[in-house]
Design a protein around this ligand. Structure first.
Ligand code: GLN
Length: 275
């Protein structure tokens, strides 16, 4: 009896071991991971998986066919091409992107979300070299123009939750005791909708994104003021993923040198500010 039980147990253990080995082997083959020829590990073989938070035109948004396009998408396409793979985009809340949890859990290889490089985020993400300069913009409905935050006393101001714009406004309101009600929305579309329907007196967010919205809604919305926060966007990888970080930096550097960056900039953003 005892001997038989032992044998059974041994057999069960052996079977489990085989299953585990099978499972590990299956990982590489069943597209649950992979490494490119240049030695960059990917969460899915043959694909550079990008986490982003839609919509964020002109950096990432769906075109009429439902395809996600934009400046960030085009730049990460260059990285994918360099790695010999194609880009796949995952739309996911900004919180999981900026906290590093999406990259840590293997939801994606890279985060490309018009994301500002901050010291706080640097603790949980490894950023590429900066690829875009941004500031904050105060947007209002045409005819309801205010030029300063002080004029918004007693009014509602919309921001996008979890962003640097929200942080900037909360700090200003507190520091200057502005008496503004700050309302946080879950994504950019919700802030823009709230502004267009007069649920808020103004909105604050990244300037290029509001410029794009003004272009799409001529005569309805205006950028009334800007705040020079000196922000820079970076693409992010999981902490310690030096190989992918390097590939991204190399692709950006090459694009800056060969004119591709400028071409994409004028396609997606418009005229480059004089520097
Ligand atoms: N640049 C802002 C930030 O990093 C907004 C980014 C976004 O909403 N996608 O917080």
């Amino acid at each position: 009896m005892v001997a038989r039980r032992r044998t059974r147990k041994a057999a069960a253990l052996a079977a489990a071991a085989v299953m585990m080995i099978g499972g590990v082997t299956g990982c590489a083959k069943k597209d649950t991971g992979g490494t490119t020829a240049s030695g960059v590990a990917l969460v899915k073989s043959g694909v550079l998986t990008t986490c982003t938070h839609l919509p964020y035109a002109p950096f990432q948004s769906k075109d009429q066919t439902g395809k996600v396009v934009g400046f960030d998408v085009a730049l990460i396409d260059l990285v994918a091409t360099k790695l010999g793979v194609t880009q796949a985009i995952v739309d996911t809340p900004f919180e999981g992107i900026k906290s590093g949890s999406d990259l840590n859990s293997g939801k994606c290889d890279v985060a490309a979300a018009g994301m500002t490089i901050t010291d706080e985020r640097k603790k949980v993400l490894d950023f590429s070299e900066p690829y875009f300069d941004a500031t904050q913009a105060l947007s209002v409905v045409t005819g309801h123009e205010v030029k300063t935050l002080e004029e918004l006393k007693g009014k509602r101001l919309g921001v996008q939750g979890g962003t640097t714009g929200e942080e900037y406004i909360n700090a200003q309101v507190k520091e200057k005791n502005l008496g503004i009600t700050v309302v946080s929305y879950k994504d950019l579309a919700a802030v823009q909708q709230a502004l267009s329907t007069n649920q808020i007196a103004a909105a604050v967010g990244d300037l290029p994104v509001w410029n794009e919205y003004v272009k799409a809604n001529p005569g309805k919305i205006v950028v009334a003021a800007g705040f020079n926060t000196g922000e820079q966007y970076g693409f992010a990888v999981k902490k310690g993923n030096a190989e992918l970080q390097k590939a991204i930096n190399e692709a950006i550097a090459a694009a800056r040198t060969d004119g591709t960056y400028d071409k994409l900039y004028s396609t997606w953003i418009g005229e480059k500010p004089a520097s």
